[in-house]
Write a new protein. Structure first.
Length: 585
């Protein structure tokens, strides 16, 4: 069985822009259906997957993922006629009777309905049989993405995001290949929405910059605003939560931008910060209290249902599962024997989940632990040479004969304190650059964080960079058990106290780091580079950040890699076994 799963709602943001033209640009992100993607599952195995943003250059786009679909088909050497089903990770049909007034009816017909999706399929995939197009509930798709890639026969599955249809948090018991829903919390009590609204209130972008709050929080003291969050977020005895201030918005206009809730934050939390204003101690304290509140909710829900079910393995998905600090706290809590966070936990991962769920109904799903999610495009030598020729007047390059030579040259440069871009193999599926579309440097240089921010990332100084370390050396530098693997860069761990001074570029202000471990089985080429770096620096570790500039998706093609390289201060670019530098003036 061949199933293409898709995510995204193409008309969601355009509809909001047309109906409410006077909103701030940031407010248009208060919408569902971002992060469109496609994933191809064949006979229960994920074969190819990618986000649409990597092809059209529009970060977090919700556009129908036709380019991602075409890539998946080409990767598997198939045509659309070979596909048995298309599965979409939203299902609004059971809720159609809730959209009764003029505007909500138009919203349903234009954005959420099956007919809206069919129009896009007819436009981009003409002739595909409509009876082969299926809808999968958003949280069910999230849950399937975690359960069917966990490698477990049974586990507790918690889906936690801002909103999917009308749900914000769902809990499942996964057993015998099936997902049994235990509890759901509606969007009017969404910890994900509250976290995003406070993110917006602090001057960042809703449904985009929540990770900045996570990075800002360690600079603050949660004591100042803890009473506020303890008052507005209620932990209930049945394992659920209530957030009454999200129910203050009664009119359609209020609900579109949470006007009443945001006014409550103005009055009772702190005045909203404009993006151009400086971040001060009061913003740091609010971020610290918000992050603490999120962690309190996550622990409450997982502890309650872990105890009620007796299940000792936990699988997580949904946008809130991208909160690395909360994940790290769960891992360290000892509440579960093992915690698995599906690495494409956001809505791009719903494409995978929708495909896996439909495959599971046919009894074909192959459940084993997902390795590093390297399921995007790769490019052969001829494609790289064509890109090099296009920029011939601006660059010079040489080609190495082997991976070992390439790694040796890159390792020497890293040891010299150079910043390199590394583009090799299949592009990552998901939000993290895991060593195939990465910017790399030595984490031992105290000034490296500022240098990379100045030359390419242009991001806030409070945000930390992450380390990529060979799995063999992880316990040498980080406070993790022997044999621990963190292949997805999705959990925060503590840097060993005696190692922090040696790793200033990746050690956060509170002594933590967002660790990625790299093994031979998951990514042999990147592991080989880390081994080579170990020979030059004494540690098999690099600072690893995504190969892109602010506002740009992670690079995909060789042309994009060269363009980004030339448009920044990155000093060296490695494209497979090609070493690219700028032409001499």
């Amino acid at each position: 069985m061949k199933v293409i799963g898709i995510s995204g709602l193409e008309n969601s943001v355009p509809f909001k822009q047309a109906k409410w033209p006077g909103l701030e640009q940031r407010e248009y992100r208060i919408a569902q259906g971002m992060d469109a993607a496609a994933a191809l599952v064949i006979d229960g195995e994920l074969v190819a997957a990618a986000e649409q943003e990597r092809f059209n250059g529009k970060k977090a786009t919700g556009a129908f993922p036709i380019d991602a679909i075409r890539f998946c088909l080409a990767e598997a050497k198939l045509t659309i006629d070979d596909i048995d089903e298309i599965a979409h990770g939203f299902d609004y049909y059971p809720l159609r009777n809730l959209y009764t007034d003029e505007i909500s009816g138009e919203l349903y017909n234009t954005v959420f309905s099956r007919e809206a999706l069919l129009k896009q399929v007819r436009r981009d995939l003409p002739g595909f049989p409509e009876e082969k197009i299926f809808a999968v509930g958003h949280h069910l798709a999230h849950a399937a993405s975690a359960a069917y890639t966990s490698g477990w026969d049974e586990c507790l599955v918690v889906v936690n995001d801002a909103m999917g249809e009308t749900e914000s948090l769902s809990v499942y018991d996964f057993h015998d290949g099936e997902l049994e829903k235990l509890r759901t919390v509606g969007a009017n009590d969404s910890i994900g929405i509250l976290y995003s609204l406070v993110t917006l209130h602090l001057g960042f972008d809703f449904n985009s910059d929540e990770y900045k709050i996570m990075g800002l929080a360690p600079y603050g003291n949660p004591d100042r605003f803890r009473p506020f969050f303890e008052q507005v977020v209620e932990l209930r005895d049945d394992g659920s939560i209530r957030i009454p201030i999200l129910k203050l918005n009664h009119t359609r206009e209020e609900r579109e931008s949470y006007i009443a809730t945001r006014a409550y934050l103005d009055e009772h939390l702190l005045p909203r910060r404009a993006p151009s204003e400086p971040v001060t101690a009061i913003h740091e304290d609010a971020a610290a209290a918000l992050q603490e509140c999120l962690e309190r909710v996550v622990m409450h829900v997982c502890e309650y249902f872990g105890r009620e079910t007796g299940l000792r393995n936990l699988a997580l998905a949904g946008g809130v599962a991208l909160n690395c600090t909360a994940n790290g706290k769960l891992v360290r809590s000892g509440l579960f024997d093992e915690v698995y966070v599906q690495p494409v936990a956001g809505d791009d991962g719903v494409a995978l989940g929708a495909a896996l769920y439909r495959t599971s109904l046919a009894g074909e799903v192959s459940n084993h632990r997902m390795a590093a999610p390297l399921f995007g495009p790769s490019y052969n030598i001829s494609a790289i040479e064509a890109a090099l020729a296009r920029f011939d007047e601006k660059i010079q390059w040489k080609r190495f004969n082997s991976l070992d030579e390439t790694c040796g040259s890159a390792a020497d440069l890293i040891a010299e304190g150079r910043v390199i871009a590394w583009s090799r193999g299949r592009m990552e599926y998901g939000p993290r650059a895991l060593g195939n579309r990465s910017i790399l440097a030595d984490p031992g240089h105290p000034e490296m964080r500022d240098r990379i921010n100045a030359m390419v990332k242009k991001r806030e100084a409070f945000r930390p960079f992450a380390p990529a370390c060979s799995v063999e050396e992880a316990t040498r530098w980080f406070d993790v058990p022997d044999g621990s693997e963190f292949p997805y860069m999705i959990s925060v761990v503590n840097v060993r106290p005696d190692a922090r001074a040696q790793l200033p570029a990746i050690t956060h202000v509170n002594g933590s780091a967002r660790l990625q471990t790299v093994s031979v089985k998951d990514n042999p080429d990147f592991h080989a580079l880390l081994v080579a770096v170990g020979k030059t620096t004494g540690r098999q570790m690099v600072l690893n950040t995504s190969f892109n500039v602010k506002g740009q998706p992670i690079v995909n093609t060789p042309e994009e890699a060269i363009e980004t390289f030339l448009g920044t201060g990155i000093e060296h670019l490695f494209l497979e076994n090609f070493h690219v530098t700028r032409s001499a003036d």
